[in-house]
Design a protein around this ligand. Structure first.
Ligand code: PBG
Length: 325
């Protein structure tokens, strides 16, 4: 026998030496929910171990993340007030804007990404402006521009549009440039699918649509080539980083994004992925830490340069302790 692949698997040292995928905590982003009020740290029912924090309680989590080696955080705001136009999303004193100012001041060594979407802020729960029963793409763009500028003004280091309107990356880029933020990168949720894996997030952010669903703007998960089209369009429009979301069941598209572009690729392991791991682990059916590591490595192996995950802190520790490679 000439070929014996097992030769390279004989010992831990041998396996470590020939590993194709090496990961580091620098590439992690932790998604964090910020809510109105004081002294709030409220656990999200469907996401055990994840919380909604009031601004005055953010610091403890940010410190823990920093200590674990996670230096990038993506902020989601949960406003007290919602309206048709999602005006809380571009209010200079909105929840995310205040959270950004606070976080930037107290944690200057961390990178803050602002998720840019309207669904947490609209009374109807859709990601844009409604006309009739439709989400009006072009009427939504000026709002996205306003939100992006207000987030940049509040100190966001990266703007991450997750709305899936057509043409939004170009529109946001133009608005940021005009407002003096040409140095602020856009991380576009490029291949974002209409996915049932977002269920727990909508619980967390109270952002489920009041009528209908998001299938007229988020992608149909049967389509891979169309995802490539979305990715290429976003790069053409000026996206600095493209994202595939969810991560776990979409490895083919993480790989595609890596192959067809020359920009960093982010993969977002979403709320439903986290919730499933937590629930199965709580039932004693799986080993939480090992599954968490395996899922992360799979995303990196597929081509992710950046991994967005609710497990960021725990993963960073595993990376440091060499449990993941
Ligand atoms: C906002 C947004 C959503 C998620 C990220 N940004 C929800 C949605 O599109 O319904 C989902 C993240 C997760 O499930 O962890 N549009």
């Amino acid at each position: 026998m000439v070929q014996r692949p097992r030769r390279l698997r004989g010992s831990y040292l041998m396996r470590s030496m020939v590993r194709e995928t090496r990961v580091s905590a620098d590439s992690l982003i932790y998604p964090m929910f910020v809510t109105e009020g004081e002294d709030v740290k409220e656990e999200i029912r469907s996401m055990p171990g994840q919380f909604r924090y009031s601004i005055d309680r953010m610091d403890e989590m940010l410190q823990e993340l920093g200590a674990a080696g996670v230096s990038a955080v993506m902020l989601f705001g949960i406003p007290a007030h919602k309206d048709e136009a999602g005006s809380g999303a571009y209010d200079e004193n909105g929840i995310v804007q205040r959270a950004l100012r606070h976080a930037k001041k107290n944690h200057p060594g961390m990178l803050f990404v602002a998720d840019l979407c309207m669904c947490e802020y609209t009374s109807h729960g859709h990601c844009g402006i409604i006309s009739g029963e439709e989400v009006d793409n072009d009427a939504t763009l000026p709002y996205l521009q306003k939100i992006a500028v207000s987030q940049a003004q509040a100190g966001a280091d990266v703007i991450a549009p997750s709305d899936m309107m057509d043409g939004r990356v170009a529109a946001i880029r133009a608005a940021l440039d005009e407002a003096g933020f040409s140095h602020i990168p856009i991380m576009a949720y490029s291949a974002k699918f209409a996915s049932s894996f977002y269920g727990p997030f909508r619980d967390a952010a109270d952002s489920a649509p009041g009528f209908g669903d998001r299938k007229s703007y988020q992608m149909d998960f049967h389509n891979g080539r169309e995802a490539e089209k979305e990715i290429l369009l976003d790069v053409e429009e000026g996206a600095d980083i493209v994202m595939v979301k969810p991560a776990m069941s979409y490895g083919d598209l993480i790989r595609a994004a890596k192959e067809i572009t020359h920009v960093p690729v982010a993969a977002y392991s979403v709320s439903g992925e986290y919730a499933m791991v937590k629930a199965a682990a709580a039932a004693g059916f799986i080993d939480e830490e090992k599954i968490m590591c395996e899922m992360a490595v799979a995303a990196y192996r597929a081509g992710a340069d950046i991994y967005i995950t609710y497990f960021a802190k725990e993963l960073a520790v595993c990376m440091r302790e060499g449990k993941i490679g």
